[in-house]
Design a protein around this ligand. Structure first.
Ligand code: C2O
Ligand code: CU
Length: 473
């Protein structure tokens, strides 16, 4: 039995004692977990009558899980897939053993196996869940869904909508193209699909009544696509990024960048009747992703800007005496350094795994000169800090490509971009580095364990763009 498994059993064994106490904030010990199944399915997705996908709970995207801040999430995943899997609860500050990273925080859940995820939800916000093993393939096949944690006091809107954005690469027969980990994708912008869906559908339509104010939770579950989102004709504001509220609402004017893994909570006022499009402003022209149809009569007086919910319980970084670490992002196509070095032993091991049926990328990217592909996460941490230490990280993107850099187990504040301080220091768990960008972020490392930092372009992570840090204590 490995350590994580043993720790988990010990933690589970401790629960009845806590549950027996009537004033305990824990749910009763006998409460059974909710079962979530991951299994192949044929579903009408991406405009195909029946698409062979992998689905959580028989749906693509999977079921929206909704909780209130402070609730316990208690879910047992049953793996009915042909491959091992795990679930990562993206953006949740959870105990390390629940983070779903194979070989680092738990053993892979083999086909036919199950794993109980049980933890408290410390923050309100928009999060999501997805596998963290064979991620580029499993997410692309449809395993992704929203996790919504509501504020202590209900946020004042008339409708709360979740829109999960994804793109699909289909082959000529209209099936999911099985060219996962194609080296061209790995070394360039990642796997881009030719069809974009919102909640699995092409250009869905949502009806609103004039005068309504809605909250729109946008989640980018695409492997690699970066959206430039625009909604013309209705007043809108950004109120939260990656689940964390903004200091004050930011007017939605012009295209808003949303990289893979990132979320944006928008408030939109249905002020005028008509049909309005959520568009992706791509370089080749705008593409309509979804429609808002506002019915009824125009509203005479515009409403005041919304107030974002309060930020509660997030530990602010203390910059004086911070531990500093630079992460140089290197490699990729058009790099002058050539492809990352592989030892003969690594090359042989990779070939053997491939021959045994494993799908795996060749290394194309480095962090501080080292390529860590996403198959094995038991490499040594890049840095270690004691619990409570503030970490100041600099992402130095020396590549010709965009990278949404994601940190597990913590939220960080973005301090500066290319030497320009960001006065509002936005909170995020994923930050988008443009080619040549130098981004400074800071966070309080208060969550013990070994955590990943990686690019959320899933093919980039598969091709080496990941590393580990450790919080001791
Ligand atoms: Cu959403 Cu490590 O990822
Ligand atoms: Cu990347």
């Amino acid at each position: 039995m490995n350590t994580t498994r043993r720790q988990w059993l010990q933690a589970a064994a401790a629960v009845p004692l806590l549950g027996a106490c009537s004033t305990s904030p824990f749910p009763s010990a006998s409460a059974a977990p909710r079962v979530l199944t991951a299994a192949p399915a044929r579903l009408p997705v991406a405009g195909q009558g029946g698409l062979d996908v992998w689905a959580y709970g028989g749906a693509v995207p999977g079921p929206v899980l909704r909780y209130r801040r402070g609730d316990w999430l208690d879910i047992e995943l049953h793996n009915r897939l042909p491959d091992p899997t795990t679930i990562h609860w993206h953006g949740i500050r959870l105990p390390n053993a629940m983070d779903g990273v194979p070989h680092l925080t738990q053993a892979p859940i083999e086909p036919g196996g199950r794993f109980r995820y049980r933890f408290r939800l410390p923050d309100a916000g928009t999060f999501w869940y997805h596998p963290h093993l064979g991620t580029a393939e499993q997410v692309e096949r449809g395993l992704a869904a929203a996790l919504v944690v509501e504020e202590d006091r209900p946020y004042p809107v008339d409708q709360d909508l979740v829109w999960l954005l994804d793109d699909w690469r289909l082959d000529e027969q209209g099936r999911i193209a099985e060219d996962f980990y194609r080296f061209h994708d790995v070394a360039h912008a990642g796997r881009l699909g030719q069809k974009i869906t919102v909640n699995g559908a092409e250009q869905p339509r949502q009806v609103l009544q004039a005068g309504q104010r809605i909250r729109l939770r946008l989640i980018n579950a695409s492997n690699a696509r970066i959206y430039q989102l625009a909604l013309d004709g209705l007043p809108g504001w950004l109120i939260a990024r990656d689940g964390v509220p903004a200091e004050s609402a930011i007017r939605w004017e012009g295209p808003m960048l949303l990289g893979p893994g990132m979320r944006a909570d928008m408030v939109i006022d249905a002020s005028t009747p008509g049909m309005f499009e959520l568009k992706d402003e791509q370089s080749r022209g705008a593409v309509a992703l979804a429609r808002l149809e506002v019915q009824g009569r125009a509203v005479a007086t515009p409403r005041p800007a919304p107030v974002p919910p309060p930020i509660e319980g997030l530990p602010a970084p203390v910059l004086a005496g911070a531990f500093e670490q630079t992460i140089v992002i290197g490699g990729g196509a058009r790099s002058r350094d050539g492809w990352p070095q592989q030892t003969e032993a690594e090359r042989t091991a990779r070939r053997q795994r491939r021959e045994a049926g494993a799908r795996e990328a060749d290394p194309a990217w480095t962090l501080n000169g080292v390529a860590h592909t996403d198959h094995h996460h038991h490499h040594e941490p890049l840095f270690r800090v004691p619990r409570g230490q503030t970490v100041r990280l600099t992402f130095d993107n020396r590549t010709a490509w965009w990278h949404p850099m994601h940190l597990h187990g913590h939220h960080f504040q973005v301090l500066s971009r290319n030497g320009q301080p960001l006065p509002d220091r936005p909170w995020r768990d994923t930050v988008l580095a443009a080619p040549g960008d130098r981004l400074e972020v800071a966070f309080m490392a208060d969550n013990p364990g070994r955590w990943l930092i990686h690019c959320h372009v899933l093919e980039h992570h598969a091709g080496g763009m990941g590393t580990v840090f450790e919080v001791q204590g």
